[in-house]
Design a protein around this ligand. Structure first.
Ligand SMILES: Nc1ncnc2c1ncn2[C@@H]1O[C@H](COP(=O)(O)OP(=O)(O)OP(=O)(O)O)[C@@H](O)[C@H]1O
Length: 505
């Protein structure tokens, strides 16, 4: 690293000029992000079909359950739900919130069995993305869709409801819908949401197509298949998976799935192997311009629901940073934060698998209870570690970008960026999309959470500052020389998420 500053004085003080502008070194009070102040979101639907918009009152009596709660045995069960409920109804009645809607699920034309599933999860009202997207998604003839909405605002239910509405239930063994996700954990989670929302839908069959899930030679025989692109591609090639009757192809985390440097090739090949499909759906919280152009080719003629850059961050996530003494010195800061991490659950993101394993081993040696997971782990081991985390048996998870996207564990109240996310191998450029997805593991559906990003030298500071500028947000500096104050600030936010007193930004 080019610079290893001493612990004295903040890095913001040491760096002058415009680079320091978005990181707020002086204040310890939160500066609300621009995201929730804007009301332009609802106007962003570019639709050849046109949506519906009926006025309706509609209160919420109970809090929602996590979508993955039942089949995955409960990621949302650690919340004090009765405490969350009042504020959630406030949020859903606030026109500036991404959870706002004027319609009920009934008015969106969803069939009875699916409605029952939604109500069993305590979903009382649609979120904004659900309200805007569903009339377009459910219309006939089916139309493609590119949909963007902030992390944790219910995109999964929007595409799952669509998939369940399109199936021919007289053909239970015929694959009719394929949903692709970038990780096995996310594919499994989506499979769980399909099962939960579809639990009252007679005759529904669902199957996962992730590494190890389908035996060699066995046929994929479910109406809905949720998988990762590599495995799905292999299954189609080996003729285990008949894709001749596809009604819906959905890419969750679509910008990541279409990325030319990553999964783009595999997803394109899967699409090319499907002879025809009625509807192509692309969902994500982020769609960088260069990917959007490709997305439009992949999903031609799509309705588009887009967000502006400064609308992307969720107001409930309080974004902070810590100026660490050195790269190595980040470990001590992390260890000092352990008590705060275990008030709820926490995820620590690092760049490299080795770092994840090394930090986990060191924290364990130092008497802390943590787990690590990354792509070097074998599939079933990954599943069981993530399940322990969902269940609250493990409260601190150390991982890489493999779990940066989509994972929905509502008890997560803190995310730590141990390493600032950078693009590619060269590490030359900051990665604002990955930053947004990482911090979005907290603050799910109106909850409150804290993200703390570690910086330690000019490069990491500049990278974080560029990310802050990208989203036009102010980050709050936590002072490592005043732990009492730091603890108080963080605790105030985390405890409020559990007390339900601070759900609005
Ligand atoms: N209408 C609703 N009412 C109450 N809760 C809901 C509703 N829709 C979704 N949820 C819950 O909100 C949480 C977040 O939803 P989901 O995982 O679909 O977010 P997302 O938009 O896909 O986020 P990400 O971009 O991080 O993948 C889930 O626990 C889900 O069960």
């Amino acid at each position: 690293m080019s610079e290893t500053p001493k612990a004295t004085g903040s890095l913001a003080d040491r760096i002058t000029g415009p680079a320091a502008s978005k990181l707020d070194a002086a204040t310890t009070s939160f500066t609300p992000s621009a995201s929730n102040a804007s009301s332009s979101w609802a106007d962003e639907v570019a639709s050849p079909v046109g949506g519906q918009s009926k006025q309706l009152g509609g209160g919420i009596e109970e809090a929602q359950l996590d979508g993955a709660a039942q089949p995955l045995a409960g990621s949302g069960l650690h919340d004090a739900q009765y405490e969350v409920e009042v504020k959630l109804s406030d949020l859903q009645g606030d026109v500036n919130s991404p959870l706002f809607s004027v319609n009920t699920f009934e008015e969106l034309g969803i069939n009875q069995g699916i409605l029952q599933g939604l109500y069993s999860m305590n979903f009382k009202k649609p979120s904004k993305i659900q309200e805007k997207a569903l009339p377009l998604l459910l219309g006939n003839p089916p139309t493609n869709m590119i949909a963007q909405s902030q992390s944790g605002t219910g995109k999964t239910a929007a595409f799952v409801i669509t998939i369940l509405s399109r199936l021919d239930y007289s053909r239970p063994n015929q694959p009719q819908a394929l949903c692709l996700a970038p990780s096995r954990e996310l594919a499994r989670q989506i499979e769980g949401v399909v099962r939960t929302i579809g639990q009252f839908v007679q005759g529904l069959t669902v199957q996962a197509a992730v590494p190890g899930a389908v035996e060699r030679g066995a046929k994929v025989q479910a109406m809905v298949v949720v998988g990762t692109p590599g495995t799905v591609m292999d299954l189609i090639k080996r003729r285990q998976f008949d894709v001749s009757n596809m009604k819906v192809l959905c890419l969750d985390e679509a910008d990541n799935m279409l990325d030319q440097q990553g999964l783009g090739d595999q997803c394109l090949r899967v699409k090319q192997m499907i002879p025809r499909v009625d509807q192509i759906l692309l969902f994500s919280a982020t769609f960088p311009d260069e990917v959007m152009r490709y997305a439009q080719q992949f999903s031609p003629g799509a309705n588009e629901i887009k967000l502006k850059r400064d609308e992307l961050t969720v107001g409930g996530i309080k974004q902070m940073y810590m100026d660490c003494p050195s790269d190595e010195g980040k470990y001590d800061i992390l260890a000092s934060l352990y008590g705060l991490m275990t008030i709820g659950s926490s995820i620590i993101f690092v760049k490299k698998k080795d770092t994840a394993s090394r930090i986990a081993a060191r924290l364990t040696e130092d008497g802390h209870k943590v787990v690590a997971v990354h792509s070097a782990f074998e599939g079933s081991e990954r599943d069981s570690i993530v399940e322990d985390f969902r269940q609250g048996r493990a409260k601190v998870l150390i991982t890489t970008n493999v779990l940066a996207r989509g994972i929905d564990v509502s008890s997560v109240s803190m995310v730590i960026n141990y390493d600032i996310p950078m693009k590619g191998r060269s590490d030359a450029e900051p990665d604002p999309e990955t930053y947004l997805h990482r911090i979005g593991r907290t603050g799910r559906f109106g909850r409150v959470g804290v993200s703390i990003s570690f910086v330690f030298d000019r490069k990491s500071f500049a990278a974080l500052n560029q990310i802050a500028q990208h989203y036009n947000i102010d980050l709050v500096k936590l002072d490592q020389d005043d732990w009492d104050k730091t603890e108080e600030i963080v605790k105030n936010v985390i405890k409020s998420s559990r007390a339900g007193t601070n759900l609005q930004s």
